[in-house]
Design a protein around this ligand. Structure first.
Ligand code: CA
Length: 234
C-alpha cells in the first residue's frame, strides 16, 4: 500500500513542525502550508488523502477554506480534520456543518490526534470501497441504491423518494455530520428557507419507520444530522 499523504495547514510554525513530525513518524507523507491560500493551492495540486486544517489563519480562515474545498469538485471528497484552540470550539462546530469530518482542540496530545487521523482515513476507506455505492450497510440498515430499497434487520421498509435520498446521503458517510442546509440542498433538492422545518419533519418520519433502529440517525445539536458511525470507527 502506498503512503497516505496529509496536507497540514497551520500558520504557527512550531505546531506545524510537531504535527508533521508525528505524522511522518506514523508513516504519512506530509505537505505543509503556512496560510490558507497556500493550503488551497496544495490541496488542488496534490490531492492529499486528508487535510489537517487550522482554523485561525491569516488571510483565508479555516472555515472559508473548508467551504472552498467542499465547493470544488477536485477537493470536495478530501476528508478534513480541523485543528482549533479550545476557545474557538464553536467555530469548529460551524466547520463540521460546512463538511469537515472531525476536529481536535489545541493543545492536543499527538497520540490522540494520530488516532483521529487513522479513524477518519478508515472511515473514508470504507466509503470508497463500497463499490460505486450500490449497497450500503451499516448498523443493521441495508440501503440498496439500485433497487431503491431499504431493509432494516432483513425487513424491507417503504420510504418516499425524499426520505430515501436523505437516508442515502447520511449513510454515504457514516459519522459525518450534514447540516440541515446540506440535506435540503442535496436530498430534497431545494435551498432551505428561513424557519424551514422540512428536513426535521422528514427525519422524524424516517426515524418512526426505522423503529428499533431509529437511533442510526443521530441529531448533532446546533449542526444537523448524521448516520451513526459503524462500531469501532470514529
Ligand atoms: Ca493559527
Amino acid at each position: 500500500m502506498s503512503k497516505k499523504s496529509i496536507l497540514v495547514v497551520e500558520d504557527e510554525i512550531d505546531i506545524l513542525e510537531i504535527l508533521v513530525y508525528n505524522l511522518e513518524a506514523e508513516g504519512y507523507r506530509c505537505y505543509k502550508a503556512l496560510d490558507g491560500e497556500g493550503g488551497l493551492a496544495l490541496a488542488r495540486q496534490k490531492n492529499p488523502d486528508l487535510i489537517l486544517l487550522d482554523l485561525m489563519l491569516p488571510g483565508l480562515s479555516g472555515t472559508e477554506i473548508c467551504t472552498e474545498l467542499r465547493r470544488d469538485s477536485l477537493t470536495q471528497d478530501i476528508p478534513i480534520i480541523m485543528v482549533t484552540a479550545k476557545a474557538e470550539e464553536s467555530d469548529a462546530i460551524v466547520g463540521l456543518g460546512l463538511g469537515a469530518d472531525d476536529y481536535v482542540t489545541k493543545p492536543f496530545r499527538p497520540k490522540e490526534l494520530m488516532a483521529r487521523v487513522a479513524a477518519v482515513l478508515r472511515r473514508v476507506g470504507v466509503r470508497n470501497n463500497s463499490g460505486g455505492g450500490e449497497r450500503l450497510e451499516a448498523n443493521g440498515v441495508l440501503i440498496d441504491t439500485v433497487r431503491h430499497e431499504i431493509q432494516v434487520d432483513g425487513q424491507t421498509i417503504e420510504f418516499t423518494a425524499t426520505e430515501f435520498k436523505i437516508i442515502q446521503l447520511l449513510a454515504s458517510q457514516p459519522g459525518r455530520v450534514f447540516s440541515r442546509e446540506q440535506i435540503s440542498a442535496k436530498a430534497i433538492g431545494q435551498p432551505m428557507l428561513p424557519m424551514d422545518r422540512n428536513v426535521d419533519v422528514h427525519v422524524k418520519t424516517i426515524r418512526k419507520k426505522l423503529g428499533d433502529r431509529r437511533s442510526v440517525i443521530e441529531t448533532v445539536r446546533g449542526v444537523g444530522y448524521r448516520f451513526a458511525p459503524r462500531k469501532g470507527q470514529g
